[in-house]
Design a binder for this molecule. Structure first.
Ligand SMILES: *Cc1c(COP(=O)(O)O)cnc(C)c1O
Length: 396
């Protein structure tokens, strides 16, 4: 039997005629410069690529705030970078403490379990951040070799604000610490060397405002040494950090690198370097605080208390009588603004990562959000919300 040509609809017909403003939990809008770079294909080996890789590494060192040589790129989502950290630093029977306060920190624990590690989970009640004293108590009780956690839990909008203290405790007990900063890197401070973190994971499509599918990871010297003294290589050939070192540090073939995506991330990093981290953190903080303030002025409630609230993604309780799915669908269809629902919680999430943190996007998003709730029968004070957003942008 022959398989016939399928009936096709053109991409133009599939894609919305007016692009959606991507204000959810990622992917986020990309700057034109990143989009242009992403359309170029060059040889994955050789002098031109070598220069680009050198710059990606040196810019990454600035963004991660590390002097460590061991920056690696990963052809894959943020989860692939998570898996690279886990599968290279952890193996059978490694004692791991996974600090779990959301979906992504749970994913790190699951990955560690799958490589056969002896995983203890410090489960934190919904909406709360990890507490350094509890981490210390867990370390004393279980004596882990490796600790995993997430800086900003995109899933429920909790931020582990005491990451620095936790990392210092981990260091004092000789533990390696792996931090997922997919959502937060370049949106809020993370000083890898100063805080003594052994592996920092990031993805393209969130804080960095690049494309999904190419990710970065940084290993400390100590972590690098552990990887080189493993009892045996990891099972995952593509994610083997020692093999990836061949490409990222010796201009040699490992697998064909995602050249266009690397060019895109080069441009995303260059934009961060031009802006400077200080200015970028300030922009994110001001935009996020102003938007939170505007949302509250509409008459809505934020999901997480300020003490553990993430600024990079804002979680909002869905008003009574409105269905989360209907709200997300309506704001998208009617106002061309995309926001996110959530895995299992009755909240919607609005991102404040990279290009999302621009005043004109905030006004359009808050207006669309308020209108969508009103259209669905919710009771909100839209003029006050919009005025307070403006006031917040001036004040914060
Ligand atoms: C999105 C996200 C991930 C996973 O990234 P993917 O690119 O979807 O694999 C991991 N951790 C955090 C904190 C995230 O926000």
């Amino acid at each position: 039997m022959r398989i016939s040509v399928p009936e096709l609809v053109s991409l133009d017909e599939i894609l919305p005629s007016e692009p959606l403003l991507m204000m959810g939990a990622g992917p986020v809008p990309i700057p034109n410069q990143v989009g242009r770079a992403n359309s170029i294909v060059i040889n994955h080996l050789g002098e031109t690529m070598g220069k680009i890789i050198e710059q990606v590494k040196s810019m990454s060192r600035y963004v991660f705030q590390t002097q460590s040589k061991w920056i690696l790129g990963v052809a894959g989502p943020g989860s692939a970078a998570m898996e690279m950290a886990i599968t290279n630093l952890i193996w059978e029977n490694t004692k791991v403490l996974s600090i779990c306060n959301g979906f992504f920190s749970g994913r790190l624990a699951e990955m560690a379990t799958r490589v056969g590690a002896d995983v203890t989970r410090y489960e934190i009640p919904e909406g709360l951040a990890a507490d350094p004293d509890s981490v210390k108590a867990y370390i004393e009780k279980y004596r882990p070799e490796v600790i995993t956690l997430v800086q900003g839990e995109t899933s429920n909008t909790v931020c582990n604000k005491q990451l620095r203290q936790i990392a210092e405790i981990a260091q004092a007990y000789g533990c390696y610490i792996i931090v997922d900063a997919v959502c937060t890197l370049s949106t809020m401070p993370l000083n890898m060397d100063e805080w003594k973190i052994d592996a920092v994971i990031t993805g393209g499509q969130k804080g960095l405002s690049s494309i999904p599918g190419v990710s970065l990871i940084a290993f400390s010297e100590r972590a690098h040494h552990r990887i080189h003294s493993r009892p045996k290589p990891p099972a995952q050939w593509c994610l083997d950090a020692k093999l990836a070192e061949g490409f990222w540090h010796h201009n040699a073939y490992h697998y064909t690198a995602p050249v266009s995506g690397i060019l895109a991330i080069h441009e995303a990093l260059a934009l961060i370097c031009n802006e400077t981290l200080e200015a970028r953190f300030e922009r994110h903080l001001r935009c996020s605080k102003a938007l939170q303030h505007g949302i509250e002025a509409l008459g809505l409630k934020l999901f997480v208390q300020e003490a553990s609230r993430l600024n990079s993604v804002i979680g909002i309780n869905v008003p009574n009588g409105i269905a989360q799915k209907a709200l997300c669908a309506h704001i998208s269809n009617r106002y061309r603004v995309e926001i996110s629902g959530s895995f299992g919680l009755d909240i919607v999430r609005i991102g404040q990562m990279g290009e999302q943190s621009r005043a004109h996007h905030l006004f359009r998003t808050l207006h669309a959000f308020g209108c969508a709730i009103r259209d669905l029968g919710g009771d909100i004070d839209l003029p006050t919300g919009m005025a307070e957003l403006e006031r917040g942008l001036q004040r914060f």
